[in-house]
Structure formats: structure tokens, C-alpha cells
Design a protein around this ligand. Structure first.
Ligand code: GTP
Ligand code: MG
Length: 327
């Protein structure tokens, strides 16, 4: 017996074939099941549709449930480094984020405005550094993805509100970090127990435009200046924001060098970003691993004794050096 399928059905079937996600397939299949003529001639097709639907529904259920919350807290790294803005509710994280990046995050005078991490790019000279605005940190409730978000970052900016008690805010943050097994501080990583991570961190005393802010700032400094770099800022008025960008660059522990071809000029808008302490070999490797094998020597402009000095592969580079690789 002929099936005599209707145009409605055929259209739904075409949609089903084009569907990319399981959810889209289920939707199209539902329509197919609803519009298919119900007579003897379509019996077999209807049975097939039913079993297909059962399989798709099973697929949806099997998808791991750890998804959504943690997925929202995973931010893919872009640019030179990823820096997180962290703090208690209402301290000014989103205001600062919007000031420093090309991106937007909602600001409001009530707490818990930001609900999930938001990435944006901050331009610093010839670099693009990623900043991530985050939901406020609280003692009693932490989103499941927060700990991984921190562990993946390259450095932290703790935004403290000078209108409130910044020392109390620091105590809360340190308590939460301890629960996450994260140590924070300035300078190189201390030796850590297994399972612990270390993140370089700058403290920001925000809202320093407020009239009594310098008093609370002084208290904050007295308490934490040994362990942290601390900066007073006003996110709202843009005070010290340029200095902050420079400090962020400094804390990353990186240098920029430039390569050039013999007889040519370096492209100063295209730095090679390296860890501090890197050598000529690291630059070669950043171009291609074959380059590293073939490298014989380099000429260097900048930190050498004279311009164009010939140096060996293990020569340690400095910020701003221009090098010419010879193979
Ligand atoms: N006076 C002053 N107010 C500020 C400054 N920075 C932020 N604010 C105000 O503080 C309030 C909170 O700012 P947000 O940027 O939303 O703070 P947040 O830390 O992102 O808040 P949550 O997302 O809720 O955690 C707003 O009313 C801002 O206008 C500042 O430098 N000075
Ligand atoms: Mg916010």
C-alpha cells in the first residue's frame, strides 16, 4: 500500500536531515510523527519514527549533567594571557572591566549583578591581554566551575571596595581560595603541597575617589604590602587604570622581542612573547622546530654590547631586543 506522504511531512523530514543537534532532531521528528498520515500504508514508517525518537531521547539523557554550570565557567584563553577580576559583591569589578576592555558587562548599584564570567580584550601597547569579569565571591556558596576558572588563569586582580572594610574582604577571599587549594601572592611561586596551585595576584583598592577611601587604603596597605602589590584605583573615574595595565604586564613575567630578516626592519607591531629568561633558542622554537635544529647563530640589537652583535643559541634575551636568526 502506498504511503502517500504529505508536503508537511516531507518538509519536516528535510528539516530532520539538516538538524545538527539532538534537540533539533527531536523537534523535527516530533513534527514528522504528528503530521504523518495514519493508515496501514505508513505503519512501518511510523514504527521507525518511534524507535528513532526513543534513541534520540536516550541520547539526550546520557549527556553528562556536569554540563551547564561548569561550561559557563570555562573561558577559552585568547591573547597573551588571561587575567581574572575577582571580589565580593558590588566592589566594582564590572565597572573596571568595562573601563579596561572593549567588552561590556552590566554595572548596577545592587549586588550579584554579574552572573557568569565574561571575557574581554584589554589592549596594552602592542599586546592583547584577556580580562575576565566574574560573578561575586561569597563564603557560603561557590559555583562549581569557579575553582577551575582560577586554576586556568595566568593572574588575578582582587577588586576590593574601599568604601567597605577591605581587610575583611581580603579575609573572605583568602578563606575561599584556601578551600579551592589556591595560594595567592606576588613574585615567583612558593613551594606548594600536591594539589595546590599558585597565582600571582594584585590587590586593587577600588573607589578611591570616595572621601574617606585613603584611610581604609592605608589600613589595607599596612596589612598586606609584604605579600602583595597593592594599587589604589577608581574604576569609575579611570584613576590609575593605565598604571594598572602596566603592572598587569609586569606581573606576567614575560618579555617581548622582535625578529627581522637580514637587511630588513623588524615589525614592531608583532612581538614574539616569551617567558622572562628565554634565549635565542626559544625564539627559533616559536617559529618552527626545524628552525631550532638548523639555527647557527643570531645577531642582536638592544641588549648586546653593540648593534648587530653575533650571539650564540643560549644567549638570554631582554625586553625589546631585535634579533636576526641565521641558519
Ligand atoms: N564611587 C565609585 N563607585 C564605583 C566605582 N566603581 C564602581 N562603583 C559603583 O559600585 C557599584 C557596583 O559596581 P559594579 O561594577 O556593578 O560592581 P561588581 O563588583 O561588578 O558587582 P557584582 O557583579 O554584583 O559583584 C555601582 O554603583 C558602581 O557605579 C568607583 O571607582 N568609585
Ligand atoms: Mg559585576
Amino acid at each position: 500500500m502506498p504511503a502517500n506522504l504529505t508536503p508537511d511531512y516531507l518538509e519536516a523530514e528535510a528539516k530532520f536531515k539538516q538538524a545538527k543537534t539532538t534537540e533539533e532532531k527531536i523537534k523535527a521528528l516530533e513534527i514528522m510523527m504528528a503530521v504523518i498520515p495514519k493508515h496501514k500504508g505508513t505503519e512501518k514508517i511510523r514504527a521507525q519514527l518511534k524507535s528513532r525518537m526513543a534513541k534520540l531521547k536516550e541520547e539526550v539523557q546520557r549527556k553528562p549533567t556536569i554540563g551547564k554550570a561548569e561550561q559557563a565557567f570555562y573561558i577559552k584563553k585568547e591573547g597573551t594571557a588571561q587575567i581574572l577580576l575577582l571580589g565580593l559583591p558590588n566592589t566594582g569589578k564590572s565597572t573596571l572591566f568595562s573601563k579596561m576592555t572593549n567588552a561590556f558587562s552590566e554595572v548596577a548599584d545592587y549586588p550579584f549583578t554579574t552572573q557568569k564570567p565574561i571575557p574581554g580584550m584589554m589592549k596594552f601597547e602592542n599586546l592583547q591581554i584577556q580580562l575576565v569579569d566574574t560573578p561575586p565571591i561569597q563564603l557560603d556558596h561557590l559555583e562549581p566551575g569557579f575553582s577551575n576558572l582560577l586554576r586556568n588563569a595566568d593572574a588575578l586582580l582582587l577588586v576590593l571596595d574601599l568604601k567597605e572594610d577591605p581587610i575583611f574582604q581580603m579575609e573572605v577571599l583568602l578563606e575561599v581560595f584556601k578551600e579551592m587549594r589556591i595560594r595567592v601572592g606576588r613574585g615567583a611561586a612558593p613551594s606548594l603541597e600536591i594539589g595546590w596551585a599558585y597565582l600571582k595576584t594584585i590587590l586593587l583598592g577600588n573607589k578611591c575617589d570616595f572621601k574617606n577611601a585613603m584611610e581604609t587604603y592605608a589600613a589595607l596597605e599596612a596589612q598586606y604590602k609584604e605579600s602583595f602589590l597593592i594599587l589604589p584605583i577608581s574604576a569609575k573615574e579611570g584613576m590609575n587604570v593605565e598604571e594598572l595595565k602596566r603592572e598587569v604586564y609586569q606581573i606576567l613575567g614575560i618579555i617581548r622581542v622582535y625578529t627581522k630578516a637580514p637587511g630588513g626592519d623588524p615589525d614592531l607591531s608583532e612581538p614574539v612573547v616569551l617567558k622572562r629568561g628565554s634565549t635565542v633558542e626559544n625564539v627559533a622554537l616559536s617559529i618552527h622546530k626545524d628552525f631550532l635544529k638548523k639555527l647557527r647563530y643570531a645577531r642582536i640589537w638592544g641588549s648586546g654590547k653593540f648593534d648587530g652583535q653575533m650571539v650564540k643559541r643560549d644567549y638570554p634575551l631582554s625586553e625589546g631586543d631585535v634579533i636576526e636568526l641565521h641558519i
